[in-house]
Ligand binder design. Structure first.
Ligand SMILES: [Zn+2]
Length: 446
């Protein structure tokens, strides 16, 4: 009888792809799930998971890890909540591989990167966010994108709200390159939030109907959760039913977070959100904790500290819940930290979403599917399920206690109820504390 490196014994194993749960033991050797069975197994080491759920490691399809020198803070915040695989570089911000990969040789989670439209533009010398790239610049962007995709980038990310006058023709020039590659996807932060988000979603759905590419509408709640969500979901459903390859994700908070200097805060935002500066809180930098309805602070910081992160408490909670509940909606954090500061979504998204989904009446396999096998399918990853032969990426949690603890004032507080996180067969987290050094792998698309 084989002796496994590690056996996870006696837990209720969640099999989201089969919509079921079952009491099973998991034998792990060489980082791989070698055996899944109710039989007894011999092991060098074991984890007693009785009374707990054993889930595939959570997959975060949408996060940000673009600060060269500070990968650890966001990766560890995600890891503590059970994320074992994360995809960075969303919303157009994915750096060129040469600029980031040398700094991510030993990530804390398994980590992959998307190539960002904005970064392609910058590399080609198109730096005015209100102007389209020139044709010669577009040619440079196409060559760069081809190289990045050849070198294992997971896809092309787009952030139209940040580059609001980008012509569709510029994107389509890049799609001409992207269609030559398999198993990539195109996540899009749509052009406008608020009332215009219906039109802005349709713009992407039209592209999805035309191009043989997979599109992912990013953080749908934060773009359309101002009264448009129901209409937007109907449009997405219709597009999917007619064969367009469109997916979407959402994070479980009624506040979003981005740079104050970005085009998101150009004049007119109060009208879009039906809320003003009294809803805007500084999350990073020297003025962290101040609110932007202080006389002159908005203008001053936008001028002097445009890179500081702002939390905008402007989304409708009931719309977020509507989005999360949709069977095709994946949970994704949009986690983003600067100097270790930011929005609690980086530390709380998955336990918070699971708790909300359970409250809505979903079974554990149904709820966990949105954090595991669904995003794995969306992102062409051979992960997200507990199956013999796959990487042993697991989360063992107490279903009664599982909840997020991170708040807007203490955004990195780890969740409760996460007993173990296993990455590639190695123990990476115990009782919400990170163990030892990084155990993730830098991933390239294969
Ligand atoms: Zn975004």
């Amino acid at each position: 009888m084989p002796v496994y490196d590690l056996v996870v014994r006696g837990g209720v194993v969640l099999l989201p792809e089969l919509h079921k749960e079952e009491k099973l033991n998991i034998g792990i050797s060489n980082g791989i799930i070698a055996r899944l069975s109710s039989d007894e197994m011999e092991a060098k080491e074991e984890i007693d998971a009785s009374g707990s759920y054993v889930s595939p490691g959570f997959i975060d399809s949408h996060m940000h890890d673009e600060e060269k020198e500070d990968g650890g803070s966001i990766e560890k915040a995600l890891l503590r909540q059970g994320v074992t695989t994360a995809i960075a570089g969303n919303c157009g911000s994915g750096p060129l591989g040469a600029d980031i990969l040398p700094f991510r040789k030993n990530p804390w989670t398994n980590l992959g990167y998307l190539t960002g439209h904005k970064k392609l533009r910058e590399a080609a010398g198109a730096t005015d966010r209100y102007l389209p790239a020139e044709q010669r610049q577009v040619e440079i962007m196409k060559d760069l994108l081809r190289k990045e995709l050849e070198n294992g980038s997971f896809g092309l990310s787009i952030g139209l709200e940040y580059l609001p006058n980008t012509p569709i023709s510029e994107l389509e020039s890049l799609f001409e390159v992207a269609v030559d590659f398999k198993k990539i996807w195109v996540p899009v932060h749509i052009r406008e939030d608020g009332p215009a988000s219906v039109k802005a979603t349709q713009e992407i759905l039209d592209l999805a109907a035309k191009w043989p590419l997979r599109f992912q509408i990013s953080h749908t709640g934060s773009m359309t959760g101002f009264g448009q969500l129901k209409e937007v979901l109907t449009l997405i459903d219709k597009a999917r039913a007619s064969g367009a390859d469109v997916t979407f994700d959402c994070y479980p908070y009624d506040a979003f977070c981005t740079d104050l200097g970005s085009a998101v805060f150009d004049p007119g935002f109060e009208k879009r959100w039906g809320k003003g500066k009294e809803s805007l809180e500084v999350a990073s930098g020297l003025n962290r904790g101040r609110w932007l309805d202080e006389e002159g602070l908005f203008e001053q910081l936008r001028e002097e500290e445009p890179e500081c992160l702002i939390i905008a408490h402007v989304i409708k909670q009931e719309e977020v819940e509507l989005c999360l509940a949709h069977p095709d909606c994946a949970i994704a954090s949009d986690g983003l930290l600067k100097g270790g500061r930011g929005h609690p979504r980086a530390a709380g998204t998955f336990p918070r979403a699971l708790r909300m989904l359970r409250k809505m009446g979903l079974s554990w396999p149904e709820a966990v599917r949105k954090c595991t096998s669904l995003p794995a399918e969306m992102n062409w990853l051979d992960k997200g399920v507990i199956k013999e032969g796959l990487d042993a990426d697991l989360v063992i949690f107490d279903g009664e206690r599982l909840c997020d603890k991170a708040t807007f004032t203490d955004e990195l507080l780890p969740p409760e109820g996460i007993k173990w996180v296993i990455i590639g067969g190695q123990k990476a987290v115990k009782d919400s504390e990170v163990l030892g050094g990084p155990k993730g792998k830098l991933m390239k698309r294969r």
